[in-house]
Design a protein around this ligand. Structure first.
Ligand SMILES: Cc1ncc(COP(=O)(O)O)c(C=O)c1O
Length: 286
């Protein structure tokens, strides 16, 4: 059985989905995307994902091809065509097909593509033992708040982590923490949770928001401010967060032990809260 995907107005098997080689997504990486986790067949924080998608459209001066109500209907339709209870919906919109020219075409129709695959949460082993990470200089562009399909910088950085047998690469720009190649990064220092504020240097993670809400609700002191490389390297705990990783503890950084070398106390509290929050939200949506 081949997977059903959505392309430009129709649902079809993935092996029949075709896009022109002149699509600006293929030629220039000129497009934006979203990844939406689906639990018990219900998209998680969909309005927030659609708001971030709108932010990406605005940033690249591309009109949103449909209202949120239509996105919502199509995403539910796609989820319904797959068997898994937990899924990961990937959607991307490019500036469409046009003669190759860097400047935008006067007229073009955006290419809209969506697919869904199984969402596999991190294993118990990863949650209980944490993951190794390396560090690197953040050499990406200065619009990291845009969820652009031009991911070459992120791919190169992520591959450096893969080459080192690490789960992620924690990035520093000018001596300050930004994020990781496909995750946001949090640090615990003296019982306080530190994270860089949302700006053009990081992707405004949906999981980042959830983690901050849960931490504040638990009474954990939160500081959103620039975090120095030194603070990261001497932190008691480091976490990476994303829709697919949820919250994971980093237990070694560049081969050096983080804190006790085990996922920390604050991590355990927030990870547990995250699992309960997911269950609560899914029950409410039922
Ligand atoms: C560069 C980057 N930062 C942060 C994140 C985390 O975002 P979210 O929590 O919305 O998945 C991602 C997710 O893919 C990402 O690619």
């Amino acid at each position: 059985m081949t997977d059903t995907v959505y392309l430009n107005g129709e649902f079809l098997p993935i092996d029949q989905a075709r896009v022109s080689v002149l699509d600006r997504g293929f030629i220039f990486g000129d497009g934006v995307y979203e990844v939406i986790p689906v639990y018990s067949r219900r998209p998680f924080r969909l309005p927030e994902h659609l708001a971030r998608l709108q932010h990406s459209f605005d940033a690249i001066r591309l009109g949103n091809p449909m209202p949120d109500a239509e996105w919502t209907r199509l995403i539910h339709d796609l989820v319904g065509r797959h068997t898994g209870e937990d899924q990961s919906v990937y959607l991307q919109v490019t500036r469409g097909v046009a003669k190759r020219d860097h400047a935008f075409p006067k007229e073009s129709k955006p290419t809209v593509f969506m697919m869904s695959g199984p969402l596999v949460p991190p294993s118990k082993e990863l949650v209980e033992n944490g993951v190794p990470c390396i560090t690197a200089t953040d050499y990406r562009w200065l619009k990291c708040d845009v969820k652009s399909i031009s991911l070459l910088g992120n791919c190169l950085l992520r591959q450096s982590a893969a080459d080192a047998g690490a789960a992620e690469v924690v990035l520093f720009r000018d001596g300050y923490l930004t994020e990781a190649s496909a995750s946001n990064v949090f640090v615990v220092s003296d019982g306080r949770l530190l994270a860089p504020p949302k700006n053009h240097l990081i992707l405004p993670g949906i999981t980042y928001d959830v983690v901050l809400e849960l931490a504040r609700a638990c009474g954990i002191p939160v500081e959103l401010r620039e975090v120095t490389e030194q603070e990261v390297r001497s932190a008691d705990e480091i976490w990476v967060t994303s829709s697919t990783k949820e919250v994971l503890a980093v237990t070694t950084l560049d081969g050096k032990t983080v804190g006790s070398g085990r996922p920390g106390e604050v991590f355990r509290v927030v990870h547990q809260e995250y699992q309960e929050y997911k269950r609560r939200v899914m029950r409410q949506a039922a």
